[in-house]
Design a binder for this molecule. Structure first.
Ligand SMILES: *Cc1c(COP(=O)(O)O)cnc(C)c1O
Length: 396
Protein backbone atom coordinates (compact mmCIF):
# COMPACT_ATOMS: atom_id res chain seq x y z
CA UNK A 1 0.00 0.00 0.00
CA UNK A 2 2.96 2.28 0.52
CA UNK A 3 5.09 2.94 -2.56
CA UNK A 4 8.80 3.73 -2.64
CA UNK A 5 8.39 7.21 -1.18
CA UNK A 6 6.23 6.01 1.72
CA UNK A 7 2.96 7.22 0.24
CA UNK A 8 -0.55 6.19 1.18
CA UNK A 9 -2.41 7.56 -1.84
CA UNK A 10 -1.46 11.25 -1.85
CA UNK A 11 -0.63 11.18 1.88
CA UNK A 12 2.59 10.50 3.74
CA UNK A 13 5.96 11.19 2.12
CA UNK A 14 9.02 12.87 3.59
CA UNK A 15 8.61 16.64 3.92
CA UNK A 16 11.76 17.25 5.91
CA UNK A 17 14.88 19.41 5.83
CA UNK A 18 17.88 18.02 3.93
CA UNK A 19 19.74 17.60 7.23
CA UNK A 20 17.23 14.97 8.38
CA UNK A 21 17.36 12.96 5.15
CA UNK A 22 20.38 10.90 6.22
CA UNK A 23 18.71 9.93 9.47
CA UNK A 24 15.47 8.69 7.87
CA UNK A 25 17.38 6.84 5.14
CA UNK A 26 19.57 5.11 7.74
CA UNK A 27 16.45 4.20 9.73
CA UNK A 28 14.59 2.87 6.70
CA UNK A 29 17.52 0.68 5.63
CA UNK A 30 17.95 -0.71 9.11
CA UNK A 31 14.23 -1.37 9.48
CA UNK A 32 13.97 -3.11 6.11
CA UNK A 33 16.80 -5.37 7.20
CA UNK A 34 15.66 -6.18 10.76
CA UNK A 35 11.95 -6.61 10.06
CA UNK A 36 12.81 -9.82 8.23
CA UNK A 37 15.50 -10.94 10.67
CA UNK A 38 14.30 -13.99 12.65
CA UNK A 39 16.64 -13.16 15.56
CA UNK A 40 15.24 -9.60 15.83
CA UNK A 41 11.67 -10.85 15.69
CA UNK A 42 12.32 -13.55 18.28
CA UNK A 43 13.86 -10.99 20.67
CA UNK A 44 10.95 -8.59 20.14
CA UNK A 45 8.35 -11.30 20.72
CA UNK A 46 10.10 -12.31 23.92
CA UNK A 47 10.09 -8.68 25.14
CA UNK A 48 6.41 -8.27 24.24
CA UNK A 49 5.40 -11.49 25.96
CA UNK A 50 7.66 -11.63 29.01
CA UNK A 51 8.01 -7.93 29.76
CA UNK A 52 4.90 -6.24 28.36
CA UNK A 53 2.45 -9.08 29.18
CA UNK A 54 1.30 -9.99 25.67
CA UNK A 55 -0.84 -11.39 24.22
CA UNK A 56 -3.45 -9.07 25.72
CA UNK A 57 -6.84 -10.63 26.41
CA UNK A 58 -9.81 -10.45 24.07
CA UNK A 59 -12.54 -10.23 26.68
CA UNK A 60 -16.23 -10.90 26.01
CA UNK A 61 -18.02 -8.06 27.83
CA UNK A 62 -21.14 -10.05 28.65
CA UNK A 63 -22.71 -7.56 31.03
CA UNK A 64 -22.05 -4.62 28.71
CA UNK A 65 -23.53 -6.62 25.83
CA UNK A 66 -26.65 -7.55 27.81
CA UNK A 67 -27.12 -4.03 29.11
CA UNK A 68 -26.94 -2.52 25.62
CA UNK A 69 -29.09 -5.32 24.20
CA UNK A 70 -27.60 -5.67 20.70
CA UNK A 71 -24.35 -6.87 19.12
CA UNK A 72 -21.87 -8.95 21.13
CA UNK A 73 -19.07 -6.72 22.36
CA UNK A 74 -15.51 -7.90 22.88
CA UNK A 75 -12.86 -5.67 24.45
CA UNK A 76 -9.22 -5.90 23.33
CA UNK A 77 -7.44 -5.24 26.62
CA UNK A 78 -4.36 -3.14 25.75
CA UNK A 79 -4.91 -1.53 29.16
CA UNK A 80 -3.43 -4.69 30.70
CA UNK A 81 -0.02 -4.15 29.09
CA UNK A 82 2.95 -3.06 31.19
CA UNK A 83 2.79 0.76 31.58
CA UNK A 84 -0.96 0.57 31.00
CA UNK A 85 -1.44 1.22 27.29
CA UNK A 86 -0.66 0.11 23.73
CA UNK A 87 2.29 2.53 23.48
CA UNK A 88 4.74 -0.06 24.85
CA UNK A 89 4.26 -2.26 21.71
CA UNK A 90 5.80 0.39 19.48
CA UNK A 91 8.40 1.57 21.96
CA UNK A 92 9.88 -1.88 22.59
CA UNK A 93 10.13 -2.40 18.81
CA UNK A 94 11.83 0.93 18.16
CA UNK A 95 14.16 0.68 21.16
CA UNK A 96 15.31 -2.78 20.07
CA UNK A 97 15.80 -1.54 16.51
CA UNK A 98 17.80 1.45 17.78
CA UNK A 99 19.98 -0.82 19.85
CA UNK A 100 20.67 -3.06 16.83
CA UNK A 101 21.62 0.07 14.88
CA UNK A 102 24.24 0.84 17.53
CA UNK A 103 22.40 3.82 18.98
CA UNK A 104 22.86 4.49 22.68
CA UNK A 105 20.37 7.31 23.17
CA UNK A 106 16.60 7.64 22.66
CA UNK A 107 14.72 10.91 22.30
CA UNK A 108 10.95 11.20 22.26
CA UNK A 109 8.11 13.71 22.31
CA UNK A 110 5.20 13.39 24.66
CA UNK A 111 1.89 15.16 25.26
CA UNK A 112 0.16 13.76 28.31
CA UNK A 113 3.31 11.81 29.13
CA UNK A 114 2.16 8.29 28.21
CA UNK A 115 4.57 7.85 25.31
CA UNK A 116 7.34 9.54 27.30
CA UNK A 117 6.85 7.12 30.18
CA UNK A 118 6.83 4.12 27.80
CA UNK A 119 10.05 5.33 26.13
CA UNK A 120 11.72 6.02 29.49
CA UNK A 121 10.70 2.49 30.55
CA UNK A 122 12.27 0.87 27.47
CA UNK A 123 15.42 2.99 27.90
CA UNK A 124 15.77 1.86 31.51
CA UNK A 125 15.29 -1.77 30.50
CA UNK A 126 17.82 -1.61 27.67
CA UNK A 127 20.39 0.58 29.39
CA UNK A 128 20.01 3.53 27.02
CA UNK A 129 20.13 7.25 27.67
CA UNK A 130 16.76 8.95 27.22
CA UNK A 131 15.61 12.54 26.75
CA UNK A 132 11.91 13.38 26.50
CA UNK A 133 10.62 16.67 25.07
CA UNK A 134 7.38 17.87 26.58
CA UNK A 135 5.51 21.14 26.18
CA UNK A 136 5.95 23.29 29.27
CA UNK A 137 2.16 23.55 29.68
CA UNK A 138 1.93 19.76 29.65
CA UNK A 139 4.72 19.36 32.23
CA UNK A 140 2.56 21.41 34.60
CA UNK A 141 -0.65 19.52 33.82
CA UNK A 142 1.05 16.13 33.99
CA UNK A 143 3.51 16.55 36.85
CA UNK A 144 3.14 12.92 37.93
CA UNK A 145 4.29 11.61 34.55
CA UNK A 146 7.25 14.01 34.59
CA UNK A 147 8.20 12.50 37.94
CA UNK A 148 7.79 8.96 36.55
CA UNK A 149 10.09 9.65 33.60
CA UNK A 150 12.76 11.12 35.88
CA UNK A 151 12.37 8.19 38.27
CA UNK A 152 13.01 5.87 35.32
CA UNK A 153 16.27 7.71 34.68
CA UNK A 154 15.25 10.00 31.80
CA UNK A 155 15.72 13.73 31.31
CA UNK A 156 12.56 15.71 30.65
CA UNK A 157 13.01 18.95 28.71
CA UNK A 158 10.13 21.46 28.91
CA UNK A 159 9.49 23.06 25.51
CA UNK A 160 8.52 26.74 25.70
CA UNK A 161 7.92 27.55 22.00
CA UNK A 162 4.50 27.95 20.35
CA UNK A 163 1.62 26.86 22.53
CA UNK A 164 4.08 24.80 24.67
CA UNK A 165 2.11 21.59 24.00
CA UNK A 166 2.49 18.35 22.03
CA UNK A 167 2.97 19.75 18.53
CA UNK A 168 5.81 21.96 19.81
CA UNK A 169 7.40 18.97 21.55
CA UNK A 170 7.36 17.04 18.24
CA UNK A 171 9.03 19.97 16.45
CA UNK A 172 11.71 20.20 19.16
CA UNK A 173 12.43 16.46 19.09
CA UNK A 174 12.87 16.62 15.29
CA UNK A 175 15.26 19.55 15.70
CA UNK A 176 17.27 17.68 18.32
CA UNK A 177 17.48 14.61 16.06
CA UNK A 178 18.86 16.77 13.22
CA UNK A 179 21.59 17.99 15.59
CA UNK A 180 22.61 14.59 16.87
CA UNK A 181 22.03 11.66 14.57
CA UNK A 182 25.14 9.55 15.23
CA UNK A 183 24.19 8.08 18.62
CA UNK A 184 20.49 9.02 18.79
CA UNK A 185 17.24 7.41 17.66
CA UNK A 186 14.04 9.46 17.60
CA UNK A 187 11.39 7.15 19.06
CA UNK A 188 8.22 8.63 17.53
CA UNK A 189 5.02 7.83 19.39
CA UNK A 190 2.33 7.42 16.73
CA UNK A 191 1.76 6.56 13.05
CA UNK A 192 2.80 10.02 11.90
CA UNK A 193 5.79 12.06 10.86
CA UNK A 194 7.96 11.43 7.79
CA UNK A 195 8.33 8.01 6.17
CA UNK A 196 9.34 5.45 7.44
CA UNK A 197 7.74 6.24 10.85
CA UNK A 198 4.07 5.69 9.88
CA UNK A 199 5.00 2.25 8.51
CA UNK A 200 7.33 1.24 11.35
CA UNK A 201 4.90 2.25 14.10
CA UNK A 202 1.98 0.55 12.28
CA UNK A 203 3.94 -2.68 11.92
CA UNK A 204 4.79 -2.72 15.63
CA UNK A 205 1.16 -1.99 16.60
CA UNK A 206 -0.25 -4.52 14.11
CA UNK A 207 0.26 -7.15 16.82
CA UNK A 208 -3.12 -5.93 18.14
CA UNK A 209 -5.14 -7.05 15.09
CA UNK A 210 -2.99 -10.16 14.59
CA UNK A 211 -4.04 -11.28 18.06
CA UNK A 212 -7.68 -10.16 17.70
CA UNK A 213 -8.04 -12.21 14.53
CA UNK A 214 -6.64 -15.36 16.11
CA UNK A 215 -8.56 -14.87 19.37
CA UNK A 216 -11.94 -14.17 17.76
CA UNK A 217 -11.57 -17.17 15.46
CA UNK A 218 -10.90 -19.31 18.54
CA UNK A 219 -13.86 -17.88 20.46
CA UNK A 220 -16.45 -17.35 17.72
CA UNK A 221 -15.16 -19.28 14.72
CA UNK A 222 -15.61 -16.22 12.51
CA UNK A 223 -14.41 -12.67 11.94
CA UNK A 224 -16.08 -9.72 13.72
CA UNK A 225 -18.55 -7.44 11.92
CA UNK A 226 -16.74 -4.32 13.10
CA UNK A 227 -13.54 -3.36 14.92
CA UNK A 228 -13.21 0.07 16.47
CA UNK A 229 -10.64 2.19 18.28
CA UNK A 230 -9.98 5.79 19.25
CA UNK A 231 -7.79 7.94 16.98
CA UNK A 232 -5.26 10.55 18.08
CA UNK A 233 -2.32 10.17 15.72
CA UNK A 234 -3.87 6.80 14.98
CA UNK A 235 -1.48 4.09 16.22
CA UNK A 236 -3.82 1.96 18.34
CA UNK A 237 -6.48 2.30 15.62
CA UNK A 238 -4.22 1.24 12.74
CA UNK A 239 -2.95 -1.58 14.97
CA UNK A 240 -6.57 -2.67 15.46
CA UNK A 241 -7.43 -2.36 11.74
CA UNK A 242 -4.33 -3.63 9.99
CA UNK A 243 -4.91 -7.37 9.63
CA UNK A 244 -8.58 -6.74 8.75
CA UNK A 245 -7.99 -4.27 5.92
CA UNK A 246 -8.23 -7.08 3.36
CA UNK A 247 -11.39 -8.52 4.98
CA UNK A 248 -13.95 -6.32 3.24
CA UNK A 249 -16.87 -7.48 5.41
CA UNK A 250 -15.22 -6.19 8.59
CA UNK A 251 -16.10 -2.54 9.22
CA UNK A 252 -13.17 -0.45 10.46
CA UNK A 253 -14.27 2.45 12.65
CA UNK A 254 -11.99 5.18 14.02
CA UNK A 255 -13.32 7.43 16.80
CA UNK A 256 -11.92 10.96 16.85
CA UNK A 257 -12.16 13.46 19.67
CA UNK A 258 -14.84 16.04 18.90
CA UNK A 259 -14.07 17.93 22.14
CA UNK A 260 -16.96 20.33 22.76
CA UNK A 261 -18.35 19.55 19.27
CA UNK A 262 -17.20 19.60 15.64
CA UNK A 263 -19.15 22.82 15.05
CA UNK A 264 -17.08 24.59 17.74
CA UNK A 265 -13.42 25.69 17.68
CA UNK A 266 -12.74 23.44 20.66
CA UNK A 267 -12.28 20.18 18.82
CA UNK A 268 -9.55 17.77 17.73
CA UNK A 269 -11.57 15.85 15.11
CA UNK A 270 -9.13 15.96 12.20
CA UNK A 271 -11.06 13.93 9.60
CA UNK A 272 -14.34 15.70 10.41
CA UNK A 273 -12.96 19.26 10.41
CA UNK A 274 -9.44 19.21 8.92
CA UNK A 275 -8.02 19.99 5.49
CA UNK A 276 -5.18 18.54 3.44
CA UNK A 277 -1.85 20.00 4.49
CA UNK A 278 1.82 19.37 5.24
CA UNK A 279 3.19 19.40 8.79
CA UNK A 280 5.65 17.41 10.88
CA UNK A 281 7.18 15.84 7.78
CA UNK A 282 4.02 14.36 6.24
CA UNK A 283 1.10 15.18 3.97
CA UNK A 284 -2.23 14.39 5.62
CA UNK A 285 -5.32 16.03 7.05
CA UNK A 286 -4.78 18.71 9.71
CA UNK A 287 -6.96 21.07 11.71
CA UNK A 288 -6.18 24.47 10.20
CA UNK A 289 -7.38 28.04 10.54
CA UNK A 290 -8.64 30.10 7.59
CA UNK A 291 -5.04 31.00 6.66
CA UNK A 292 -3.87 27.37 6.60
CA UNK A 293 -2.03 27.68 9.92
CA UNK A 294 -2.23 24.68 12.25
CA UNK A 295 -5.20 25.38 14.52
CA UNK A 296 -5.12 24.99 18.29
CA UNK A 297 -7.00 21.80 19.15
CA UNK A 298 -8.90 20.74 22.21
CA UNK A 299 -10.18 17.51 23.75
CA UNK A 300 -10.74 16.43 27.34
CA UNK A 301 -8.36 13.62 26.44
CA UNK A 302 -4.72 14.76 26.30
CA UNK A 303 -3.81 11.70 24.22
CA UNK A 304 -6.18 12.67 21.40
CA UNK A 305 -5.56 16.39 21.07
CA UNK A 306 -3.13 16.34 18.18
CA UNK A 307 -4.02 18.55 15.16
CA UNK A 308 -3.26 15.85 12.58
CA UNK A 309 -3.89 12.20 11.75
CA UNK A 310 -1.54 9.55 10.39
CA UNK A 311 -1.33 9.37 6.57
CA UNK A 312 -2.58 5.78 6.31
CA UNK A 313 -5.81 6.78 8.06
CA UNK A 314 -6.17 9.75 5.69
CA UNK A 315 -5.89 7.24 2.85
CA UNK A 316 -8.32 4.73 4.41
CA UNK A 317 -10.75 7.64 4.74
CA UNK A 318 -10.27 8.76 1.10
CA UNK A 319 -10.87 5.26 -0.21
CA UNK A 320 -13.84 4.72 2.10
CA UNK A 321 -12.34 1.53 3.55
CA UNK A 322 -12.52 2.91 7.10
CA UNK A 323 -15.15 5.14 8.70
CA UNK A 324 -14.25 7.98 11.06
CA UNK A 325 -16.74 9.33 13.56
CA UNK A 326 -16.49 12.18 16.08
CA UNK A 327 -17.23 11.64 19.77
CA UNK A 328 -17.66 14.56 22.18
CA UNK A 329 -16.13 15.03 25.65
CA UNK A 330 -19.54 14.50 27.15
CA UNK A 331 -20.15 11.20 25.36
CA UNK A 332 -16.66 9.97 26.27
CA UNK A 333 -17.08 10.85 29.96
CA UNK A 334 -20.43 9.03 30.02
CA UNK A 335 -18.80 5.96 28.46
CA UNK A 336 -15.88 6.19 30.94
CA UNK A 337 -18.37 5.99 33.80
CA UNK A 338 -20.62 3.43 32.11
CA UNK A 339 -17.86 0.89 31.39
CA UNK A 340 -16.49 1.32 34.91
CA UNK A 341 -19.88 0.55 36.45
CA UNK A 342 -20.92 -2.16 34.01
CA UNK A 343 -17.77 -4.23 33.65
CA UNK A 344 -15.48 -3.03 36.45
CA UNK A 345 -13.02 -1.78 33.85
CA UNK A 346 -11.91 1.86 34.04
CA UNK A 347 -10.78 2.75 30.51
CA UNK A 348 -8.44 5.58 29.52
CA UNK A 349 -10.53 8.61 28.53
CA UNK A 350 -9.03 8.18 25.04
CA UNK A 351 -10.37 4.62 24.81
CA UNK A 352 -13.72 5.79 26.23
CA UNK A 353 -14.27 7.59 22.89
CA UNK A 354 -14.40 4.17 21.18
CA UNK A 355 -16.60 2.72 23.94
CA UNK A 356 -19.01 5.66 23.47
CA UNK A 357 -19.43 4.85 19.80
CA UNK A 358 -19.94 1.16 20.55
CA UNK A 359 -22.70 2.22 22.97
CA UNK A 360 -24.32 4.09 20.08
CA UNK A 361 -24.22 1.38 17.43
CA UNK A 362 -24.40 -1.91 19.37
CA UNK A 363 -28.09 -1.52 20.38
CA UNK A 364 -29.02 -1.02 16.70
CA UNK A 365 -27.29 -4.21 15.61
CA UNK A 366 -28.64 -7.77 15.69
CA UNK A 367 -27.65 -9.99 18.59
CA UNK A 368 -25.66 -12.30 16.31
CA UNK A 369 -23.34 -9.46 15.22
CA UNK A 370 -19.92 -9.08 16.82
CA UNK A 371 -17.92 -5.93 17.48
CA UNK A 372 -14.44 -5.56 18.95
CA UNK A 373 -13.52 -2.38 20.79
CA UNK A 374 -9.86 -1.72 21.58
CA UNK A 375 -9.31 -0.42 25.10
CA UNK A 376 -6.04 1.40 24.32
CA UNK A 377 -5.18 2.12 27.94
CA UNK A 378 -6.31 2.14 31.54
CA UNK A 379 -8.03 5.09 33.13
CA UNK A 380 -6.33 5.58 36.49
CA UNK A 381 -4.48 8.57 35.05
CA UNK A 382 -7.79 10.25 34.17
CA UNK A 383 -9.75 9.92 37.39
CA UNK A 384 -8.86 13.35 38.79
CA UNK A 385 -9.70 15.10 35.49
CA UNK A 386 -13.05 13.31 35.14
CA UNK A 387 -13.91 14.09 38.75
CA UNK A 388 -13.12 17.75 37.97
CA UNK A 389 -15.36 17.55 34.86
CA UNK A 390 -18.16 16.46 37.19
CA UNK A 391 -17.42 19.34 39.56
CA UNK A 392 -15.58 17.37 42.20
CA UNK A 393 -12.03 18.16 43.34
CA UNK A 394 -9.74 15.30 44.32
CA UNK A 395 -6.00 15.20 44.81
CA UNK A 396 -3.95 13.42 42.15
C1 LIG B 1 -1.47 8.03 23.30
C2 LIG B 1 -2.73 7.34 23.51
C3 LIG B 1 -3.74 7.33 22.53
C4 LIG B 1 -3.65 8.07 21.23
O1 LIG B 1 -2.62 7.67 20.37
P1 LIG B 1 -2.86 6.85 19.04
O2 LIG B 1 -1.55 6.95 18.33
O3 LIG B 1 -3.97 7.50 18.27
O4 LIG B 1 -3.20 5.47 19.42
C5 LIG B 1 -4.90 6.60 22.78
N1 LIG B 1 -5.07 5.94 23.95
C6 LIG B 1 -4.13 5.94 24.91
C7 LIG B 1 -4.40 5.20 26.18
C8 LIG B 1 -2.93 6.64 24.73
O5 LIG B 1 -2.01 6.63 25.70
Amino acid sequence: MTNQAGRFGVHGGQYIPETLMNAVIELEEAYNHYKNDPQFNAELTELLNEYANRPSRLYFAKKLTETLGGAKIYLKREDLNHTGAHKINNVLGQALLAKKMGKTRLIAETGAGQHGVATATAAALMGMECVVFMGEEDTKRQALNVYRMRLLGSDVIPVKSGTATLKDAVSEAMREWTNRISDTHYCLGSVMGPHPFPTIVRDFQAVISREIKQQILEKEGRLPDAVMACVGGGSNAIGTFYHFIGDKDVRLIGCEAAGRGIDTFETAATISTGKLGIFHGMKSYFCQDEYGQIAPVYSISAGLDYPGIGPEHAYLHDTGRAEYVAVTDDEAVNAFEFLSRTEGIIPAIESAHAVAHAMKIAPEMDKDKIIVVTISGRGDKDCAAIARYRGENIYE
